[in-house]
Design a protein around this ligand. Structure first.
Ligand code: ASP
Length: 442
């Protein structure tokens, strides 16, 4: 290769590396579809690239879930200290998440985004006949008799149960638990890093899988992906505008319109950054400046929500799990539906508030009910578009909880809540002046 060609290639490569990951994945998807459509059956030779990627993802699931859940649960150490408010927030977060995923499942059931795709089951899965276990058996099986065997066999629900139990025990033993918590925190960090590294391979994995799917099915597979986007957005709108409005008006007798006006800045940041952790400063500002929530409440409930509350992510997992089941022609039993609700609700505790985290956690939900992980690669190409919507829901959910809890604790300034944006800013200014004067006089 001449020097000029290699330096040109080097420039192209460094430009490619500077492109954001979600865009790289989108490019991988578009190229994969193009190659598949142009070369037809021949493009299926690229499938092993996708299979390799899926195998690498599988490698991450058990250790990632185990460590991140323990860290999620032990991060609630302060929750125990905060007593009543901590308990209220935790219960509120879990209930709203379970409702979100149920909405996702209903929307996915009605819209049927994957119907008619008829993808072949990956080898080894086709001869598995699904037996419906009894309710009693399902409940009993949730508890692992041997946690190490559960980890080794990838029994995800059992791993989750053990991780949550261990996390709670580590918190309860106080100082004795600190060294182990540190170890899990460090392992979780390492798993996040490894996930980060693996996700860098996603554009190529998605390319291989899309070339295979498009090679076999042509562009017919684009419509189902479009339907997934529509389904997730409809679900998110129902959850935010419908369910949250009901919660605000019925439980707290608050006007939802004032709420949505007050959080508009945070929504804009969430939509554009796809990170609820990154949106936290904006959410804090909205809560205290525009909604009139006392900082005592928001500085505790909001960071907790960012860590453990992911309504949008759970809703998305409901829709996409159904999409994958429909795409591969797998019938889900009602036990599967319940398992999806339970897994996604618990998984949301361990999902980080960063872009793309929900996609990794989707692998967990799919593997719990025995759905093919190839489905993740189908979703990966459009994931950023879905991430923007689900992050808005995640952030709105945190702010709804904060407002409802503040109201129930008499820590919501109603004059402030009902004021318009300009008045709110004036009131916030006055509060700051009052706080500063009080601090000086102390
Ligand atoms: N991006 C989401 C968030 O930060 C998490 C996810 O990927 O679902 O809230």
């Amino acid at each position: 290769m001449s020097k000029q060609t290699s330096s040109a290639l080097g420039r192209v490569w460094s430009y490619w590396m500077s492109v954001p990951l979600w865009l790289q994945i989108l490019v991988g998807m578009i190229l994969g579809i193009t190659v598949g459509v142009v070369f037809g059956e021949q493009a299926t030779v690229l499938k092993p690239i996708g299979t390799l990627f899926v195998n690498i993802i599988k490698m991450l699931i058990v250790p990632l879930v185990f460590c991140s859940l323990i860290v999620g649960v032990t991060s609630m150490e302060d929750t125990a200290k905060m007593g009543r408010i901590g308990f209220k927030s935790f219960a509120f977060y879990l209930c709203t998440t379970a409702i979100a995923i149920s909405i996702g499942l209903v929307v996915g059931y009605v819209i049927q985004p994957g119907a008619g795709l008829n993808l072949p089951l990956p080898s080894g899965m086709s001869d598995v006949v699904k037996e419906v276990p009894s309710v009693m058996q399902t409940l009993l099986d949730i508890v692992p008799t041997n946690p190490i065997a559960a980890l080794a066999n990838g029994q995800i629900l059992q791993v989750i149960v053990f991780a949550v139990a261990l996390g709670i025990a580590l918190v309860l033993i106080g100082d004795h638990g600190k060294p182990a918590i540190k170890v899990f925190e460090s392992l979780a960090e390492a798993m996040y890093k490894l996930t980060d590294m693996v996700m860098k391979l996603a554009p190529y994995g998605v390319f291989g899988l899309m070339a295979w799917v498009a090679g076999e099915y042509g562009i017919d597979m684009l419509l189902p992906l479009l339907k997934v986007i529509v389904a997730v957005y409809i679900g998110c709108i129902i959850h935010v505008l419908g369910f949250y409005s009901i919660v605000l008006s019925v439980f707290s007798k608050l006007n939802p319109l004032h709420f949505f006006k007050g959080i508009s800045n945070a929504i804009a940041v969430a939509f554009t950054t796809s990170s609820s952790a990154g949106t936290l400063p904006a959410s804090m500002k909205c809560a205290s400046e525009y909604l009139g929530v006392n900082k005592k409440i928001s500085s505790f409930v909001l960071p907790l929500g960012t860590t453990i509350n992911m309504d949008g992510t759970a809703l998305y997992q409901g829709v996409t799990a159904l999409f994958v089941a429909q795409a591969f022609g797998i019938d889900l039993t009602w036990v599967d539906y319940l398992t999806i609700i339970l897994t996604a609700t618990l998984a949301s505790i361990g999902t980080a508030g960063v872009p793309g985290a929900g996609l990794v956690m989707l692998t967990l939900v799919l593997s719990t009910v025995g759905l093919p992980l190839e489905g993740v690669a189908l979703i990966a190409g459009i994931d950023r578009i879905l991430d923007m919507a689900r992050t808005v829901v995640n952030v709105s959910g945190d702010l709804v909880a904060t407002t409802v809890i503040a109201k129930s604790e008499d820590e919501l300034d109603m004059e402030h809540y009902n004021a318009d944006m300009v008045q709110s800013a004036v009131l916030a200014e006055q509060n700051i002046i009052l706080e500063n004067t009080a601090a000086k006089n102390r």
